[in-house]
Design a protein around this ligand. Structure first.
Ligand SMILES: [Zn+2]
Length: 386
């Protein structure tokens, strides 16, 4: 368990979520503003300034788009493989997966039931009955994420567009869209298993993409990614979880914004031995068995309480429209807003508190937009070279 001196990047780029996230941050003021609000809400949940309103299990309706080339029959995965994936999700997100017993004793108390379940859609966007599976033939042999600098935005995310040979999203405020297809390699030549779009992005591309050989536990699923955990990981991102190592290339300076996961240098791959120490996080080391690391499917088996709080913040905020039963997002509790400005109005009437809350929110949004505009103007000026 010697501390490693330097932290090489993983040889496999298994997940493309961060490259997509960075591209959207660079391009979209709206995305930057949305992300700022979402992070603010997540922080309030994490620090217990907001308590989750939700008491029951949230059930998320899922549509699976199987985008396949007729010349490559294995791309057209069977229903059984799809249902095996939904079963894995319902175990993993409820901490009912049998391998949760392998969590080291030091972290057992952190294991969280996220109280989220997934159900294949039974009603389509037009109100008609459906089996929640959309099969679309494509002329493409594989799809690329195409979110790196230099790759034209028009070629990005084509699996999500019927005009580009993919399948259009169902309304992402009502369904979790999962696209299953053959993914190509990453720009670095690594293996790309899947990617997700964080909350706050464009609705027409909202969802997760998984390569078919890493989807579910049967059919074309191939070891070591035949445990359905690629989808668990990607849906973790979709519910606003970051990689457990914080994507700082081993610098130990950035983390996943979750307090109960140890700071970790870089991604772990394969089947690490416990403990694996990095970033002075001894004696217990990295929580590499977390779903948000890069280890093999049979080596990851937990979310933490802190991660559940981030997911709660997302489900009661940016993704509140998905909660079955039409539950609405809880309002920020007025007394908290009052406390935030020094308690001057504590005990005041609810209308005044709500007005104050609205004003603060409006002011915050205006400031975020102005900041974004300044950034954009700076970029334009910089490009002119004057
Ligand atoms: Zn990832």
């Amino acid at each position: 368990m010697a501390e490693t001196g330097h932290f090489p990047a993983p040889s496999r780029d298994l997940c493309g979520t961060m490259v997509l996230h960075r591209a959207l941050l660079n391009e979209s003021m709206t995305y930057r503003a949305q992300r700022a609000q979402i992070e603010n809400r997540a922080l309030q949940y994490e620090t217990a300034r907001i308590s989750p309103e939700r008491r029951g299990v949230a059930t998320i309706p899922v549509v699976v788009h199987v985008v396949h080339n007729p010349e490559i029959p294995e791309q057209n995965i069977g229903d059984e493989q799809i249902h095996s994936q939904i079963a894995v999700l319902n175990r993993d997100f409820r901490a009912k997966n049998p391998d949760v017993s392998k969590v080291p004793p030091v972290w057992r108390s952190l294991v969280a039931d996220s109280m989220v379940e997934f159900r294949i859609a039974t009603v389509d966007p037009f109100g008609e009955p459906t089996d929640g599976i959309v099969r679309v033939e494509t002329h493409r042999r594989k799809f690329e994420i195409c979110a790196s600098p230099g790759c034209p935005a028009s070629e990005r995310d084509q699996v999500k567009s019927s005009a580009a040979g993919g399948a259009d999203a169902w309304p992402s405020d009502r369904y979790l869209n999962i696209w299953v297809c053959q993914l190509g390699s990453t720009p670095g030549g690594g293996t790309l298993l899947g990617y997700a779009q964080f909350p706050g992005g464009p609705p027409q591309t909202d969802g997760v993409v998984i390569t078919h050989s890493c989807f579910g536990t049967t059919g074309t699923a191939q070891a070591p990614f035949d445990g359905g955990r690629t989808a668990t990981h990607e849906i973790g991102h979709w519910l606003d979880l970051f990689h457990i190592w914080g994507d700082d290339d081993g610098a130990c300076s950035n983390d996943d914004k979750v307090a109960d996961t140890p700071n970790q240098a870089n991604a772990n791959v394969g089947k690490p031995g416990f403990p694996h120490v990095s970033c002075r996080n001894g004696p217990n080391g990295d929580m590499f068995m977390n779903y948000m690391d890069y280890v093999d499917d049979d080596a990851m088996f937990m979310f933490t309480q802190g991660q559940r709080e981030r997911m709660n913040a997302c489900l009661e905020g940016a993704r509140a429209s998905l909660l079955v039963g039409g539950r609405v997002a809880p309002e920020v509790k007025p007394e908290m807003e009052v406390a935030a400005v020094g308690g001057a109005l504590s005990g005041g009437n609810g209308d005044m508190q709500r007005l104050l809350q609205d004003l603060q929110e409006s002011e915050k949004r205006t400031k975020e937009l102005l900041d974004s505009l300044h950034d954009a103007l700076g970029l334009v000026a910089g490009r002119g070279g004057r």
